[in-house]
Design a protein around this ligand. Structure first.
Ligand code: F6R
Length: 610
């Protein structure tokens, strides 16, 4: 989704801004723009398409200055076009802003300003904010005061950076519902919506909170609330390392992240499995250690892939901890007036920690009295900070838009949480020990599963021509069928549906024909016999079946056109291993179809609007 980078210091701003935008590309966008300030005025360039197109414009016509802001736009109000790209200006052309989020009352503001004779240049909601700040400034001559006043008047969400020709060494930034981080360098500041654009310059950062406004000028950085109450900001050290956001010889971030999984799973479990005392140690939950086992109900929520991880979590927590568990889409939960009884443990699952719906759902369940946890990857993200306690994934930055390593780590964390809760309730010593031993072996099994890459690449070449696919799974692998289908849709633009295998005969079976590949996840668990029957049903209708299985089996091989084998593990943990061929299949199919895997059309990495 939209990305922001701003710079003030002694160096050439344009280069820093363009490089920063390149780091933000993975978030998804359709146009880009920047503005720098110099004694000659504001220098603006905007381009539809990629950052390299903007870079071309800047090379042809350089933009001088040591202060500026830049933006990648993911269209919400108004099509992707040069005029709609940020920055947007006030009517005098002296103030420029870049903005993430949505100004919900933009139409009212626009109507009011048009009545005052102001002409709008774009179709965006952002311009109403730029024009409103400019209008207030024209009446008061107080820039910071005008920004404050405008932010009081707007409804909606914003991560916003403002520059003005009348304060040529000042950046003003504010946030409500859309993240902003200030990087503090040596005599310079970099402000961004995403730490990955800051880490090249500094690891010292301050996270803005909602309704805070920061002014950066030659006297330093000053943070206050939008109501002008001073705020003392803590400076944090980013844990991210530069090499984590580089390709390291891989063709795409997604492939790199798939292959990182043995290591990221190891990191997600490091120090958390104690085989000596036979327990799971989750330091982030220490403060709630007494209350958690007493919870009466678990509510898991998230969006997209995180929601699929939540579905796996439901099986795990019910089976191992015997606590009734519900799963909801965050976007539905927040508007459903959810029933939160005493003893509800609500868990928000989010890679980015910034997804607007997940954050809003977290706030809703907190207000209703739930104990609210976060299972989050990005350290210091809003969900991580607003949850009462939580467990980090520790997989490093996930740059690939299609989530892979975060998904497996979410499942690993939920597995550990299930054992953690279970051990404090009904889970036997023996079962705990066997789960811990199995978990410990997962990284090695995932490494072995990556060995199917060549086979899956060949399979993708056979299957890529088909436009409709079906994924089937049962039990804990039913969410994997959903996840496999989502991965394929996201980067191959092939229509795919995931189903619990037995549901197929209640309708979708009508679609089975030789033109629709059916991918079946069939590990040897207590539903194996049933899934063989489901495969027979597909075969009887001339369906073509491709299976992912754990143990060589003649019968399965007879029924399927191809079987991809991955190492066997405990049934409850099998999604950690069966994910691998599904991720590779989506990746390789997208490659055969010639798509840019890391920049899939229409998608954003972090969905910060509802
Ligand atoms: C799928 C994908 C999305 C995200 C979803 C939630 O590959 O990446 O479906 O899982 O937008 O994002 P987070 O986990 O950041 O809240």
């Amino acid at each position: 989704m939209c990305g922001i980078i701003g710079y003030v210091g002694k160096r050439d701003a344009a280069e820093i801004l363009i490089n920063g935008l390149s780091q933000l590309e993975y978030r998804g966008y359709d146009s880009a723009g920047l503005v720098t300030l110099s004694t000659d005025g504001l220098h603006i360039r905007r381009a539809v398409g990629r950052v390299r197109q903007l870079q071309q414009l800047v090379t042809e016509k350089p933009v001088p200055g040591t202060i500026g802001v830049a933006h990648t736009r993911w269209a919400t109000h108004g099509r992707p076009s040069e005029m709609n790209a940020h920055p947007h200006l006030d009517a005098q052309g002296r103030i420029a802003i870049v903005h993430n989020g949505i100004i919900e009352n933009h139409a009212t503001i626009r109507e009011f300003l048009e009545q005052q004779g102001i002409e709008f240049q774009s179709e965006t909601d952002t311009e109403s904010l730029a024009q409103l700040i400019g209008f207030l400034y024209s009446q008061t001559g107080d820039l910071l005061g005008s920004v404050r006043r405008a932010l009081h008047d707007v409804q909606g969400t914003f991560g916003l950076v403002v520059v003005s020709l009348d304060a040529p060494q000042t950046l003003i930034a504010a946030r409500r519902g859309s993240p902003l981080i200030v990087g503090i360098g040596d005599g310079e500041y970099v402000i961004s919506s995403d730490a990955s654009a800051i880490i090249t310059h500094t690891s010292q950062v301050a996270y803005l909170d909602d309704n805070e406004i920061v002014t950066i000028d030659p006297s330093g950085m000053h943070v206050a609330t939008i109501d002008a109450m001073p705020v003392d900001k803590r400076v944090h050290t980013l844990e991210m390392r530069l090499e984590q956001i580089e390709l390291a010889g891989y063709e795409h971030h997604m492939l790199k992240e798939i292959f990182e999984q043995p290591e990221t799973l190891q990191n997600a479990m490091r120090g958390r499995l104690n085989l000596r005392t036979n327990e799971v140690v989750l330091a982030g939950l220490q403060q709630l250690e007494r209350d958690l086992p007493r919870c009466r109900r678990v509510l898991l929520f998230g969006c997209g892939t995180a929601w699929h991880a939540a579905l796996v979590g439901e099986y795990l927590i019910e089976e191992l901890a015997r606590i009734p568990t519900d799963v909801d889409y965050a976007s539905e939960l927040r508007y459903r007036n959810p029933i939160v009884e005493e003893g509800t443990l609500a868990i928000a699952i989010s890679q980015s920690g910034e997804t607007a719906d997940t954050l809003a759902a977290l706030r809703e369940v907190k207000t209703k009295g739930a104990t609210a946890l976060g299972v989050v990857n990005v350290v210091g993200s809003t969900i991580a900070r607003e949850a009462q306690a939580g467990v980090y994934l520790h997989v490093g930055p996930e740059i690939g838009v299609a989530s892979t390593k975060a998904f497996t780590a979410q499942v690993a964390v939920l597995s550990m949480l299930a054992v953690y809760l279970g051990r404090r309730r009904h889970l036997s010593n023996e079962r705990t020990e066997s789960m811990l031993r199995e978990l410990e072996q997962i990284p090695a099994k995932v490494r072995a599963a990556l060995g199917v890459h060549d086979q899956v690449r060949d399979l993708a070449r056979q299957l890529a021509e088909w436009d409709n696919w079906l994924y089937l799974g049962r039990g804990v692998n039913y969410p994997l069928a959903l996840e496999g289908a989502l991965k394929l849709k996201e980067i191959s633009y092939i229509h795919a549906e995931g189903l619990p295998a037995a549901e197929m005969k209640h309708g979708p079976i009508a679609m089975i024909d030789p033109g629709m590949p059916v991918v079946v996840i069939a590990p040897r668990d207590n539903t194996y016999g049933k899934i063989l029957s489901n495969i027979e049903e597909v075969r009887s209708r001339e369906g073509r079946v491709f299976a992912i299985a754990t143990e060589p089996d003649r019968e399965l091989e007879r029924l399927c056109e191809e079987v991809v084998y991955v190492p066997a593990t405990s049934a409850m943990l099998s999604p950690l291993v069966t994910s691998v061929p599904l991720q590779l299949l989506a990746y390789e199919t997208a490659i055969v179809r010639g798509h840019d895997v890391d920049k899939p059309r229409n998608l954003a990495k972090s969905v910060t609007v509802e």
